[in-house]
Write a new protein. Structure first.
Length: 327
């Protein structure tokens, strides 16, 4: 079960990064033709098959699987959780001979090595990527029903640091895991291995749930959270979206001004203009009215947004002789 699922793309570099945080169940043997897979175990125990190699990963262990190499895994106990990053092979292709794939054969830690500096660095940068991706999805959604064929609900803006601390503060002990099958369910102690295979009597395995030691305490906590949400003042959704868009435009304008100031001499191909590329992420989201608004916010006497032959993207261009006060 995915706890989080994010994706970022850089089309010009043909680079894609996908990031998952999920419970480890059973994953059949598969491979990724043009992606590396980085697996970092956060909790529990995971059996992992990579090519012809079988290993057991424990907490904080790191394993990298190259493109085209078959792999499979399953959790050896309940609540086994991992962060997994997929990133395009194009990220390191410029460092290799044409058609080459580097296999990173030593990128596999164990209990004796996972505290080494190289693996600490990998975990640190993976967490930074994960946090960056989270910032693009800072909402929780509550579905409340349907009306005239439309789904209705509430949207809550999240502060992830505060949200994490609150979840940690309010957590309840759960020493039992409920295994839910197609035709029934059964319970096992938390920490006991289960593999998610079909049960002879109960049929196909569907999911598992942690059972709190004190169900009444869980209900009380859920009611408390519901009451706290009900006390929140209603927001104006259209105004919120408009504010987000205004903030996006202002951030891009500040970035362009900052980048322009870094150039002491014209940097266009023919050396007649100062130029800065408009952020590809901004351009993917921006409508024509947004680029018009961005144009009006930039403090230059001469300014043009234009494509440049032989290059990807759109650029802000300023005549080298008339830069105004902003550069």
């Amino acid at each position: 079960m995915d706890l989080a699922n994010y994706k970022m793309e850089w089309p010009r570099e043909r680079l894609t990064v996908r990031c998952f945080a999920h419970d480890i169940m059973n994953y059949r043997y598969h491979w990724h033709p043009d992606e590396y897979e980085l697996n970092i175990l956060l909790h529990g125990s995971q059996e992992y098959c990579r090519g012809t190699q079988n290993v057991v990963l424990e907490e904080d262990d790191v394993l990298l699987t190259p493109p085209g190499v078959g792999h499979a895994s399953f959790g050896q106990q309940a609540n086994t959780t991992a962060i997994v990053l997929h990133f395009s092979a194009t990220a390191i292709r410029p460092l290799l001979k044409k058609g080459g794939v580097y296999h990173f054969p030593s990128c596999l830690s164990n209990a004796g090595t996972h505290t080494e500096e190289r693996y600490r660095h990998i975990r640190f940068y993976a967490s930074q990527i994960f946090m960056l991706m989270q910032q693009n999805s800072p909402y929780a959604i509550e579905l409340t029903g349907t009306e005239r064929g439309k789904i209705k609900g509430n949207l809550y803006e999240l502060d992830y640091a505060k949200h994490y601390e609150r979840v940690k503060e309010k957590e309840l002990p759960a020493d039992t895991v409920k295994l839910i099958y197609e035709h029934g369910e059964r319970e096992i102690p938390a920490g006991q291995f289960f593999n998610g295979n079909p049960d002879y009597e109960l049929g196909k395995f569907e999911r598992f749930e942690a059972v709190p030691n004190d169900p009444d305490a869980l209900q009380s906590l859920l009611q408390e959270e519901r009451r706290s949400r009900e006390q929140l003042p209603p927001g104006d959704f259209k105004a919120h979206i408009a504010a987000l868009r205004d903030g996006l435009i202002e951030t891009e304008a500040r970035r362009i001004v900052r980048e322009m100031k870094r150039h002491d001499t014209p940097n266009s191909p023919n050396k007649t203009h100062f130029m800065v590329e408009l952020s590809p992420a901004f351009m993917q989201l921006a409508a024509t009215k947004d680029t018009d608004r961005l144009f009006s916010m930039l403090p230059y006497k001469t300014l043009a947004f234009s494509k440049i032959e032989g290059r990807h993207g759109t650029y802000a261009l300023i005549d080298k002789g008339r830069t105004g006060t902003g550069r």
